[in-house]
Design a protein around this ligand. Structure first.
Ligand SMILES: [Zn+2]
Length: 324
């Protein structure tokens, strides 16, 4: 095989997903492995995932130009060191994941925050360079990745899109960041668990016995918890659109696994919010919110594109349909 390939890896708390793309951004191979935690475990899982995805693509490691990796943590803008990746149990010191993986794989490795990578991947798959896009990731926390003019917008210090830490309620709960009443204390998986601790397994966010199930059967406390949650997400969407005026806000992250009920709740909250506001009505927010299709490997694809040096939408070919 002569075509040069790039690999993208999405390292999550429970699974590691790897894809191999060709120069046309087509997915040639993919694999999914359970995550081994800790620095050594992460390096081992990611290495194996890349090798398996390359094999699935019918290629060899020598065909790989670069590997992009998305991680749920802070990535130092200069050194690329990963810190605060709590879900991965990497420890308290920053980890030079790129160097460790480069040593194992023998290929250049670029590391990026997973929400940023997912935003770029969603932009590639969804809009093929048409229109600016934000991906709002609703997991344990709340954060957005912003793609403007086909490029990831990181900001001067990498904090662009840290929307979960915008304070909205001076009398609200203390947030993990030390402020009070952040959006994340209203609209995140952890906020939902705190607001409705009735989940059978401590996970109120999805599944059987979840707050969604309870609300659907009319439990008043579950309905109230979801009202606050959806209202917080609607506030996040308003904030994103009024700040960047992105054409589309894609809802993603673990909490969205519940699917349509979440999208319906956010759209209803946006309709409610725009009552009496000609300004908001004109912005048509309910129709600018979408749900990321389940199983879409956007973070792995985005990580590959970032590593491959995708610079502008103008240079992107048409988005390819990705088998799921
Ligand atoms: Zn905060």
């Amino acid at each position: 095989m002569t075509a040069r390939l790039v690999a993208g890896v999405d390292i999550g708390g429970s699974k590691v997903l790897a894809v191999v793309l060709d120069t046309e951004h087509r997915v040639l191979g993919r694999t999914r492995l359970p995550t081994r935690h800790g620095a050594a475990g992460i390096v081992r899982t990611a290495t194996l995932a890349v090798r398996e995805a390359v094999a699935a693509a019918g290629a060899s490691m020598a065909d790989l130009d670069v590997v992009g990796v998305g991680v749920p943590g802070l990535v130092h803008p200069v050194t690329g060191a990963v810190s605060h990746a709590v879900n991965l149990e990497l420890g308290t010191d920053p980890v030079d994941l790129a160097a460790h993986l480069n040593e194992r794989l023998g290929v250049r490795v670029v590391v990026e925050n997973d929400v940023n990578a997912a935003a770029l991947g969603a932009h590639e798959l969804r809009s093929a360079g048409r229109g600016d896009l934000a991906l709002l990731s609703i997991g344990t926390g709340l954060a957005a990745g912003i793609v403007l003019g086909g490029r990831l917008h990181r900001g001067a210090r990498g904090a662009a899109g840290e929307i979960g830490h915008v304070p909205v309620d001076p009398a609200g709960a203390v947030c993990s960041c030390g402020q009070r009443g952040c959006l994340e204390t209203l609209a995140s998986g952890s906020a939902l668990v705190a607001a409705w601790p009735g989940g059978s397994n401590g996970s109120a966010a999805r599944g059987r016995g979840s707050v969604w199930d309870a609300a659907a059967s009319g439990a008043a406390d579950a309905v109230a918890a979801l009202d606050v949650f959806a209202g917080g997400l609607a506030a996040a969407v308003r904030l994103i659109v009024l700040t960047w005026d992105v054409e589309t806000v894609v809802l993603a992250g673990g909490v969205t696994e519940v699917g349509q009920p979440l999208l319906v709740a956010v759209r209803a909250a946006l309709v409610h919010a725009q009552r009496g506001s000609a300004l908001l009505e004109a912005l048509d927010l309910p129709h600018r919110v979408e749900l990321l299709p389940a199983g879409s490997p956007v973070a792995a694809i985005g990580a590959a594109l970032l590593a491959g040096g995708t610079r502008s939408a103008a240079s992107l070919p048409r988005a390819q349909e990705v088998p799921s």
